[in-house]
Design a protein around this ligand. Sequence first.
Ligand SMILES: *Cc1c(COP(=O)(O)O)cnc(C)c1O
Length: 227
Amino acid sequence: MTIAHQLLKINQAIHAAARESGRQEDAVTLVVVTKNRSVQQIQEAISAGQRHFGESYLQEAVLKINALKDDALQWHFIGTIQSNKTRLVAEHFSWVHSVTRCEIAERLNAERPQYLPPLNVCVQINISHETTKSGLAPEALSDFMKCFKALSRLRLRGFMVIPRQTQDFQEQLKIYNEVTQIFRAFIAEGWQIDTLSMGMSNDFRAAICAGSTMVRLGRAIFSKEKE
Ligand SMILES: *Cc1c(COP(=O)(O)O)cnc(C)c1O
């Protein structure tokens, strides 16, 4: 199975899930997660029309971004951000999904180059209350989001979540629906946010049914390559 073929199949599955949840086919953006994948694999995806790519390891990501040097691509940083590495993120990415501290947001804001548009940011929520995962508890969000008000080089777009893994569709749906409710509550309060980054290879259909606008898929695209 080629990467192009797999992308076609996954895009069809994304469109079908969006339609089933009563939304437009193009309501969900596919971010192809390329951590541990080669520049050549990314090039194959680009040739097949893919433009959004996600990376979680900064040094590996910067090497690939510089090797590809393509302004048409949008790179999404989805990993843990260390405070001494914010400049590299601010200079190389269009999106960051994993902001959980004001200090990090302030650094990204100060280091975002003037020649680039504002950096799109999602706040990572820890919805399953897992102590091993990063992300803010839902109760902490209201206070935390105030820190974006003064940061003009960042554009707060919404939330990202990595829930506890389960193969049970109803369980996946329940957790993602909780995130959607939080998202809608902030919109009702007047926040202009439009992005719910939720859904990975094992649960993207449930995430889309619950209202996801952005899925981050790695294995679903690449693991069938050798078959
Ligand atoms: C690796 C990763 C993904 C992709 O996971 P798959 O199961 O390969 O689809 C998505 N989001 C984050 C934050 C990741 O680190």
